[in-house]
Design a protein around this ligand. Sequence first.
Ligand code: SAM
Length: 332
Amino acid sequence: MSEIDPFETLRQISGGYCLSRSIHVLAELNVADALGDEALSAAELAKTVGADADALFRVLRLACAHGVFEQVGDSFRHSPASRMLCSDHPQSMRAFVRMFGLAVNWDAYRELEYSVRSGQRATERTLPDGMWHYLGQHEEANNIFNATMLAKAQGQIPAILACYNFSRFELIGDIAGGRGHLLSAILDAAPHTKGILFDLPHVVKQASGLASSRLTLQSGDFFRDVLPSCDAYLLMEIIHDWPDKKAVAILKAVRQAAPTEATLLLIEAIVPAGPEPDWSKMLDIHMLTLLGGKQRTLPEYKTLLKQAGFEFQREIDTGAGISIIEALAKQT
Ligand SMILES: C[S@@+](CC[C@H](N)C(=O)[O-])C[C@H]1O[C@@H](n2cnc3c(N)ncnc32)[C@H](O)[C@@H]1O
């Protein structure tokens, strides 16, 4: 086994934000769309995207060293990862990358020390009214955020559909379902099932095109408004947005609306018990910093479910970096 040089480990990690930032800028400038099948020089790309040729060359050279674009002599061509930055890629990650680079997110990370000292979201310092309020007020950031949710779900939805039978339900409520990508895919696969998409008004407005005889839109706030009565509920990457008390309040709101024995499906990336690197451990720090939320272990989810009146049934690993946690509403 090769020894990891501790000096190099610290140098790469502590200085590594220049890599994240470079990728954000490449996505923002839309360099991927400027590149077709042929390799182009930095000067040619710079002309198309409105950049300085030398600075763009250096940022691209760094990105290439990490697998995003490929350097051929003084020119650049696509790698599989840079192709996913193209706007028309079927699993385009451009919005996802732009979202992590949004000024509000970047500002929040300046205050990570505050989060670590206090346990509170860093955005208390930078966005006192919180991220959801900010997105409701800023159309471009809201569009990027919602497109990100779609992008991250694209790879996961086929895996979710493959390992769970949704057609046994008559009515499924997708609570905080964003623009309805998961619910629409489920209804396509389960033609006798109906669905209700519930989210904040500025998000539901963007999903208005989905309304049909089988898909109803309901806007509201899960802390204030009554949730619909359904025989199954989906909460995909919702509980991780919130600290324990609020997470339990959301689950209790679902429990209050749910008939006894209704099924609850939490779809979340579960933090593994082992020490290995895992996306959920990074996502956990994004949740802490931006929202005061938390990526949880399975025992932590079981505790929340019990507190809210649900009985854990099973965890299904979809194999796409996300699990389905199935629970039943118990008699209160
Ligand atoms: C991380 S996104 C997940 C969206 C979707 N479930 C998915 O996985 O793609 C969180 C969602 O929670 C919604 N949300 C936040 N606060 C809410 C509230 N108080 N009531 C209802 N929805 C809320 C947001 O608008 C957003 O769509």
